[in-house]
Design a protein around this ligand. Structure first.
Ligand SMILES: [Zn+2]
Length: 98
């Protein structure tokens, strides 16, 4: 796979990774992991933090939230790494609902 250009899924024009829009058809480029995965990681981290906070001794309730925050940062970093080469082309929300 060419890492610097991606063919547009709508018009086949090679589009530079850094471009925000396809020069051929003006389709918007979106990179990285889908936003719903970041949201899912956030919800999971809150759940982990809450679970740890209740499981830990009451004298250190903050420790659970530190664990949850660490889980969140790790998950988001992992999502970035897994989707570093992902580029999606979106015309607009009404054409292609996500
Ligand atoms: Zn295009």
């Amino acid at each position: 796979m060419n890492r610097t250009h991606h063919p547009c899924t709508h018009c086949e024009t090679p589009v530079p990774r850094a471009a925000g829009y396809c020069p051929g058809c003006q389709t918007k480029l979106c990179g990285g992991a889908p936003r719903r995965l970041y949201l899912f990681a956030l919800v999971a981290a809150i759940a982990i933090g809450a679970a740890c906070a209740s499981a830990l001794p009451a004298t250190e309730p903050w420790a659970g939230w530190v664990i949850g925050l660490a889980a969140l940062v790790s998950a988001w970093g992992l999502l970035d790494q897994l989707h570093v080469n992902r580029v999606s082309f979106r015309r607009n929300r009404t054409d292609r609902p996500d």
